[in-house]
Design a protein around this ligand. Structure first.
Ligand code: PGA
Length: 248
């Protein structure tokens, strides 16, 4: 039985006061024992949010795989670990497209984060063009093969995959539950082929891309969808809490 996860990706939003008060509201109201909750905050707030970490885990949206050195402006996975962070998003489409993060760099991030005992959410997903051309499955398989499938079966236990079709992120356009479930099933098959039945059955695969209170329940009911990675709707406590409650 895979426990559901609802994770908020705050992206580059919120003031410190807003972040703390959002965390506080979610901490106070969260009561769904069937669902793990993670908040991926801007790095600058992690230390403060960490002080109020309850059952809701605080994670980072990005980090650099070298431990230290001349990498101006970067934060290392080792530094995150040093302040008590153990959850990391890797390969979000905004990192891939806006910051040109290639599969090779993402592979290194995956390796280092797992070595340091992190739980990672590894994001995959196609652009609209790939969907229209019908090449989306090949693309997703390559994202998995190039940056994730080098890890061991044991390490896979600390990996959650997020399927986020880029055309659905922040656009208000959600993949239908059938479209999403089809890709989730495909990802699960790819895991089975590489790591076997048990690993495939245990790995959690989240959906992301305009997931909101109105569509969360239908998405989360799909057999291969194990929760969501939520952008816009994670910035409002009520919306985010309804999405958490949709995870049965
Ligand atoms: P969205 O973002 O929910 O605003 O579409 C999801 C994400 O980018 O993780």
């Amino acid at each position: 039985m895979r426990k559901k996860i609802v994770a908020g990706n705050w992206k580059m939003n919120l003031s410190l006061e807003e972040a703390l008060s959002l965390q506080d509201e979610i901490n106070k109201t969260y009561s769904n024992e069937n669902c793990e909750v993670i908040l991926f905050s801007p790095s600058i707030y992690l230390t403060e949010l960490k002080k109020n970490e309850t059952k809701i885990t605080i994670g980072a949206q990005n980090a650099f795989p070298k431990d230290s050195g001349a990498f101006t402006g970067e934060i290392s996975i080792a530094q995150l670990k040093n302040i008590g962070i153990h959850h990391l998003l890797i390969g979000h489409s905004e990192r891939r497209s806006l910051f040109h993060e290639e599969n090779e760099l993402l592979k290194e991030k995956v390796t280092v984060a797992l070595e340091k005992g992190f739980q990672i959410i590894f994001c995959v997903g196609e652009e609209l063009e790939d969907r229209e051309k019908g090449t989306y499955k090949d693309l997703i398989l390559n994202q998995l093969k190039d940056s994730l499938f080098h890890i061991s079966t044991d390490d896979l236990k600390n990996v959650v995959i997020a399927y986020e079709p880029v055309w659905a992120i922040g656009t208000g356009k959600t993949a239908s539950s059938d479209q999403a479930n089809e890709v989730h099933a495909f990802i699960r098959e790819a895991i089975e082929e590489k790591y076997g039945k048990l690993s495939a059955a245990e790995t959690r695969i989240l959906y992301g891309g305009s997931c909101k209170p109105e569509n969360a329940e239908e998405l989360f009911e799909q057999p291969n969808i194990d929760g969501g990675l939520i952008g816009g709707a994670s910035l409002k406590a009520n919306d985010f809490l309804s999405i958490i409650n949709a995870a049965k």
